[in-house]
Design a protein around this ligand. Structure first.
Ligand code: COA
Length: 270
């Protein structure tokens, strides 16, 4: 990862779980925590992704990541993940609910199974993992949860309505848990990243190269985000002891500019 403004040992002694941590942004989050002294666990459905992810973390930081295959759509699988963390660590300090699934599909043509698949991963999965980890977080130090959302959660999400509805639900769940768990010593926040050209995003959300430029044109900052800079935002949120129930947006100004006058005005001005 690139240069960090944080102390190398900021998360020394912290135990961190990142779901969807084998690839993409989740892997960048886990790597950044490890680079700042944390013990990290990465969990995902795919054993090969986890092995490659753990190797990447070891190469970048020298740390040995715990890996665990999990399907966040399956309560028993999630319970097994929590049981492993209990026996390995006995507690959890930071949970990053990053696992997600998304694809373009107009609602009129979307099967119920397609809707269900995304909502089950994004919204129900965040609920399941948070609930299963709650006893471990209660035993953690300065515990907190970071739920990854998207900037279409508070606007509209045309053609990704399943994801938009699910992320809006996660944002509301974040606020509810922030209040429910405040007296348990657990902060709960959301993080809204910008568009990062990970392999998953490129394959599912902008498969054609010109689409990447179209997206870049919607971002006032003038470029896509990097996974490493997004990871530093998650670290900041996890380290901010007086912040709970918030959503930190790091999208280069994209959502603020998301109306037709911006696109039109920008074309005229350019
Ligand atoms: N367009 C339309 N429908 C799709 C679709 C697509 N690209 N991908 C999946 N679906 C539908 C399937 O047709 C199926 O519905 P059906 O039974 O009525 O046909 C339903 O969604 C479930 O699909 P399935 O193939 O069983 O997928 P899954 O349940 O194993 O996984 C995802 C669903 C979302 C995880 C899968 O699409 C995926 O792996 N996506 C890539 C990972 C990803 O999204 N990363 C985030 C990128 S930002």
């Amino acid at each position: 990862m690139g240069e960090s403004p944080f102390r190398d040992d900021l998360f020394a002694g912290c135990r961190v779980l990142v779901t969807g941590g084998g690839t993409g942004m989740g892997l960048a989050f886990a790597t950044a925590f490890a680079a700042h002294g944390a013990q990290v666990a990465i969990a995902s459905r795919n054993d090969e992704h986890l092995a490659a992810g753990a190797a990447a973390i070891a190469k970048a930081t020298g740390a040995e990541a715990l890996t665990h295959v999990v399907d966040v759509r399956d309560s028993e699988s999630v319970a097994a993940l929590a049981a492993t963390l209990e026996s390995e660590w006995g507690a959890l300090d930071i949970l990053v609910n990053n696992a997600a699934g998304n694809f373009f599909a107009p609602v009129a043509e979307m099967s119920e199974n397609a809707w269900r698949a995304v909502v089950d991963i994004v919204l129900d999965g965040t609920f399941r993992v948070s609930r299963a980890c709650h006893p471990l977080l209660c035993k953690g130090r300065d515990a907190s949860v970071v739920n990854v959302v998207a900037n279409y959660a508070w606007g509209a999400a045309p053609f990704v309505a399943h994801s938009g509805a699910a992320k809006a639900g996660v944002l509301n769940l974040t606020r509810s848990l922030a209040l429910e768990w405040a007296s348990h010593g657990i902060r709960v926040n959301a993080f809204c990243p910008g568009v990062v050209p990970t392999e998953g995003a490129k394959a599912n959300l902008f498969p054609a190269p010109e689409m990447e430029q179209m997206i870049t044109d919607t971002i006032p900052r003038g470029r896509l985000a990097t996974a490493d800079e997004m990871a530093l935002q998650v670290l900041w949120l996890a380290a901010s002891d007086y912040v709970t129930g918030e959503c930190l947006v790091a999208d280069g100004g994209q959502w603020l500019a998301g109306n037709p006058f911006y696109t039109l005005g920008k074309q005229i001005a350019d």
